[in-house]
Design a protein around this ligand. Structure first.
Ligand code: ADP
Ligand code: MG
Length: 295
């Protein structure tokens, strides 16, 4: 490839809203046959809202909201923001937190009002010997079947409430998947979220069930990308979160959402400035065209 043609491609990219790290980046897109899409913030808006609060017998909804809201106020995760905002709206001012700890891909923990509180996925709590009571497990399954993400709140050593948050698939996501397919690429959905939510989103945008990888821990996202590469595939990855950075770096081509975190943008080869997934297809088409012109 001649440097000039690649630079022209880079300039055209800027017009389309694609920032390219260096002209040589375009070279790696030639053979891309698989595109891995992060769910939250990439295929969905990531702007989650608190939808419902389910409590175990004898537990007050207000108390669950107060403790979970206070703890999540210290986290920047989209789920945390939704819970903190929803709790503040419903119960007013939230208490302070001591000893806050973020457990990436799992949840958060800390002391609120003298209580030791955990908020996160079920696996985090079962790992601490706090199984979900049957009534909460049932409510959680129903919420998930409806496409919500359910997180569990525990304090004083037991799981006591389930909070349901949900976000929406972005307007252009289904079209983006169609365009990627039209380029001969196989779309794959990758998420730390639960399998029911992942399946609902996949169905909505047109990704096959067998191409959904759910409940993947942040450190394992990179392993999913590597696994596909080991199968002989050339992989593009699109992501926005801190938890996507390693996978973006591992992919043959990393595309970061411009609306995402600095960590993702630094790890990617190119940035989709407006966070529009449809532009991912433009980027790959542009790279192919640029390379064909120079051949
Ligand atoms: P994704 O891969 O979809 O961007 P993450 O890897 O960030 O999602 O999170 C995976 C799961 O861990 C979430 O679906 C949620 O169940 C749990 N989780 C992570 N952070 C938090 C938090 N701050 N509060 C509650 N749950 C959390
Ligand atoms: Mg994400």
């Amino acid at each position: 490839a001649t440097p000039t043609a690649l630079l022209v491609g880079t300039g055209r990219g800027a017009q389309l809203g694609i920032l390219i790290k260096g002209p040589e980046v375009l070279e790696s897109t030639r053979a891309v046959d698989t595109v891995v899409l992060d769910k939250t913030g990439t295929v969905t808006t990531g702007a989650m809202a608190l939808r419902s609060v389910l409590v175990a017998g004898g537990v007050e909804e207000r108390e669950a909201l107060r403790l979970a809201g206070a703890l999540e106020h210290a986290s920047e995760h989209p789920i945390a923001r939704a819970i903190a905002a929803g709790a503040a709206e419903r119960v007013g001012e939230l208490p302070g937190v001591e000893g806050f700890r973020n457990l990436p891909g799992l949840g958060v923990e800390g002391e609120v009002a003298g209580r030791s509180v955990l908020v996160g996925r079920e696996r985090l709590l079962t790992g601490r010997g706090m199984p979900l009571p049957a009534e909460l497990a049932q409510a959680k399954a129903a919420a998930e079947a409806g496409g919500g993400t359910a997180v569990v709140v525990a304090w004083d050593g037991a799981a006591r409430a389930v909070l349901v948050v949900a976000d929406a698939v972005k307007e252009g996501s289904a079209e983006a998947v169609r365009r990627l397919r039209a380029l001969g690429l196989r779309p794959v959905l990758l998420t730390g979220d639960n399998a029911a939510v992942a399946a609902a989103v996949a169905a909505e945008v047109g990704i096959a069930v067998e191409d959904v990888h759910a409940e993947v821990l942040p450190e394992d996202k990179v392993a999913v990308v590597r696994g596909l590469q080991d199968q002989g595939r050339t992989v593009a990855m699109v992501g926005d979160g801190v938890n996507d950075a390693a996978a973006l770096a591992q992919a043959d081509l990393g595309l970061a959402m411009g609306t995402g975190t600095d960590a993702a943008i630094e790890a990617g080869d190119l940035t989709l400035v407006r966070g529009d997934l449809r532009v991912a297809a433009d980027a790959i088409r542009l790279a192919r065209r640029t390379l064909t012109t120079i051949k």
